[in-house]
Design a protein around this ligand. Structure first.
Ligand code: 4AD
Ligand code: MG
Length: 428
């Protein structure tokens, strides 16, 4: 008898057949003459009934929550069973009898983070990790189809790009080095060779405070494209997010159900997404009673409000130049603003993507670096990209955990990554 995964057993064609499967005890109820074992594997759960008098009964009595076992039984349809089918157990082979599992009901988030290595087995975390895996698959699929090369930048770097104070410093032999916040500066060097490149990578930021949308180590999909202008870059971001939503809705609908997300919500996420400028956003905010001084970056509160006006992800473009990273160029039509965009997630209203055109002009780059208090000499390798055949180009970074927070309806970004790293936690 070949071993079957639970998903393969939950089918009308299996009714009446004797099958063999394996997994872990998800729930167990022991009665005098019967033991009910709910078995889980990576694919699903199924209830087995073990009757007194069968060979399996003695072994079933030994089982505890999370014990691992192999089980054979006859498949029966049963409306009352948790997944619609039940197994009449014939034989049970315990593989490992688990000690008392420390996770019961109603535990605090902090405790569940302490035992994250065990909590990953929960149905909720299992569903999230399946969706996460699908998102990674969708990102690769999208960029490969668009003929992008996958390209890797270093993680250990000599200096910053986005925001100096949030760099993690490491000791590199006798020198200082840092963990990368973004691949961007290296990607800008590579596009004169491969023209269209993307990556999925870990990125690091020493965020100062604990929030529900910041991690200190997070995964990001980044892309950089030669000859590309802002509008085309936004089109690419729109295409990517739409593709991810369509694919997850179609191929992970069962996981979405477990998470309380209707797959139909994601099927509606198709191009075009609304596009508004920062100045237009301020006007909309003012109309609903939120006054933001022109020049200030948008805060979570304001992003949430903007999200509430729409039912799709929203592009906000042309933020004030002064509030932006040094490499974002001034917009020729309104030099107070930069050629850049953020994509705000619907419902939860957090920034999922940040992107821009890149300043081609070496003089204005040097000026911006100085204004930001950076040492221009630290950026010589980057400035070389503006000395030898510079071309217009642009790119963006998608925060994968933030996208998952929205798609999976999670209260906190910490549940969107297997082992979260936050200012207060780098264990387990
Ligand atoms: O907007 P950011 O800072 O942009 C960049 O780093 C660019 N260099 C990307 C590029 O153009 N190649 O970060 C990009 C995205 C954000 O929109 C957000 O989704 C995510 O990365 N992100 C974080 N996610 C989780 N925790 C954090 N601490 C994050 N910081 C940024
Ligand atoms: Mg940003």
């Amino acid at each position: 008898m070949t071993m079957k995964q639970i998903e393969e057993i939950l089918k009308p064609s299996q009714v009446g057949k004797v099958v063999k499967t394996r997994g872990w005890v998800y729930r167990i109820r022991k009665h005098k003459d019967k033991v009910f074992v709910v078995l889980r594997d990576s694919t699903d759960i199924i209830q087995a009934v073990v009757k007194k008098g069968t060979k399996a009964f003695k072994d079933a009595e030994k089982l505890t929550i999370e014990s691992s076992l192999e089980l054979s039984g006859k498949v029966r349809k049963d409306k009352r069973a948790p997944t619609g089918y039940e197994l009449d157990a014939i034989q049970i082979k315990p593989v490992h009898i688990a000690e008392t599992f420390p996770i019961a009901k109603d535990l605090s988030e902090e405790f569940l983070l302490d035992v994250r290595h065990l909590w990953l087995r929960s149905r909720k975390m299992t569903a999230i990790m399946k969706v996460r895996s699908k998102v990674f698959e969708a990102i690769h699929e999208f960029f490969r189809k668009e003929k992008y090369y996958e390209f890797q930048a270093p993680i250990i770097i000599p200096g910053g790009a986005e925001d100096g104070p949030t760099l993690f410093q490491i000791e590199y032999y006798k020198r200082k080095a840092f963990l990368a916040q973004t691949w961007q500066l290296y990607a800008e060097a590579e596009i004169t060779s491969l023209e269209k490149i993307y990556t999925i990578t870990a990125a690091f930021r020493a965020e100062k405070s604990k929030t529900t949308r910041h991690l200190c180590e997070y995964w990001t999909a980044e892309v950089e494209t030669a000859w590309q202008k802002l509008d085309e870059c936004i089109d690419l971001a729109e295409g990517l997010v739409a593709h991810i939503c369509q694919k997850v809705a179609k191929e992970e609908s069962k996981s979405l159900d477990i998470l309380g997300r209707d797959p139909k919500d994601l099927l509606k996420i198709k191009a075009p997404f609304p596009r508004i400028t920062y100045s237009q956003a301020l006007k909309k905010l003012e109309k609903s009673g939120m006054k933001v001084k022109w020049g200030k970056d948008l805060r979570t509160l304001e992003e949430k409000k903007i999200a509430s006006f729409y039912d799709k992800p929203i592009f906000v473009t042309h933020y004030p130049k002064e509030a932006m990273a040094f490499y974002k160029p001034r917009a020729p039509k309104d030099p107070r603003t930069a050629l850049c965009f953020d994509l705000i997630a619907p419902e939860i209203g957090i920034e999922m993507i940040g992107g821009s055109e890149r300043d081609m002009d070496i003089k204005s780059l040097k000026k911006s670096l100085k204004e930001k208090g950076e040492k221009v000499s630290d950026y010589e390798f980057y400035l070389d990209t503006r000395r030898y055949g510079a071309v217009p180009h642009s790119g963006f970074g998608l925060g994968i955990a933030r996208l998952l927070q929205w798609i999976c309806k999670l209260d906190t970004i910490r549940d969107a990554i297997p082992f979260p790293r936050t200012p207060r936690r780098c264990t387990p």
